[in-house]
Design a protein around this ligand. Sequence first.
Ligand code: ARG
Length: 495
Amino acid sequence: MSAPHTPPTGYRDAPPTEWDPDRPVDFAEAEDFLRACYAELPKLGPVEPRLAAVREQIDALGTYTHTHTELVHGARMAWRNASRCIGRVYWRSLSVLDRRTHRGADQIFDDLVTHLHLATGDGHTRGRLRATISIFGQSVPGRPITRVWNDQLIRYAGHRKDGALIGDPQYEQFTAAVTKLGWTGKGSAFDLLPVVLQTGDGEPRLYELPESAVLEVPLAHPEYGWFAELGLRWHAVPAISNMRLSIGGVDYPLAPFSGWYMGTEIGARNLADADRYDQIPVIAARLGLDTSSETTLWRDRALLELNRAVLWSFERSGVRMTDHHSESKLFLTHVERERKAGRQTPGDWSWLVPPLSGGLSPIFHQYYPEVDQRPNFYLDRAARCPWQPQPQSAPTIPAQRTASGSARCPVTGQSTLAAEERSATAPATAPATSPTASPTASPVAAATGVSALVGVRSAAPGPSVLASGPSEAAAPGAVVVAAPPRKRGLRRLLG
Ligand code: ARG
């Protein structure tokens, strides 16, 4: 790799700038995004009028709203920039569910269930997974954020019972937190955790996922009959739900996205890591391997059989999954395509190289630019362990990677999944749910609910009128810009 250096902000363990939901949108970031987006989508026409409208909105509101087309393309760009994801060749196929006007925990939960159905496939398409993202309301200064506590929509509990841990140890603290809130699981090794939604500092609300929304694959081995007796299984859809989507300076704190698995994520990590399901010694024993010395490579042999079982079982069940050899090749195809399009592909080598047979992957043999390109997905400190009271203005502490490569919550020490690890995806057919708005139509309304203010702004296209104090009401037709300008103006309009 290149000489030791400080990693760019937001990259690897370098703390991203702490996100401040009250900070007004930086016009320069909006401009960068819009210029790139309009250049990539010539059908959108010239960007200049759009830039002028966005500048007006930001001046008036501290934020602006994306058109549907910008939102869709921005989300796809964010995936394209996700430096830890090996599956980016499919970035154009991301199916975007525009949920910006949807509010309230019940409605959001219904949308999450719909997301899982669409991403999993229903009826005869069940198992034909497709890459999907649901994008809920953008962050607006002064308005509370609704977040999902879960790092993935579908995960298994980790129950501590008489000193022993049953289930996924990574979720021990999460399980304890929801148990405190009244949840009781069955106590099995694969208990589906409830989804927890919380708006601002309000009461967290727990929702059980309906069985129909969760496709699971029981694991068996093509040759070893005993493998099925281990009772192992995994869920079909990885759906990361705690990352903030950032597009052109606008943040979407709730934007769960899902793809499909690469076998090693389950076979060489979730079921294999010593601090997860730790199945290597169990499988080695069943295989009757000589574990008296490391040089027998019993671990590697057990790991290989576990990975064969994962790939074989998903295939047998008709559930889309990819393997690390095919996906490695496709990743390099992607890098090459991007190069031809005049773009560099940011990459985090340590995440891109598969955790099995690393040197057999062509990804291993080259390096990737370590840059933080936006749009992108970010994991905020507050989103890592939201059930912990959040220190008000503690310094940003980066997630620590453990020896096994997972991330740890810096506050609780709990292992957290540092998200967008190895994504992969499918040709998307999910319908766009809202029509493309005109870029000049000041569409703040739909996503922020602050149409009144936009109306005011467009009625008063001249210079902003400065209000003199926080209690002063905005005169009709005037734009209130006082310190802190946007927040106060929005608060007034939002009540
Ligand atoms: N590695 C994570 C897991 O095992 C999932 C990360 C996203 N992966 C994906 N293929 N989209 O659950």
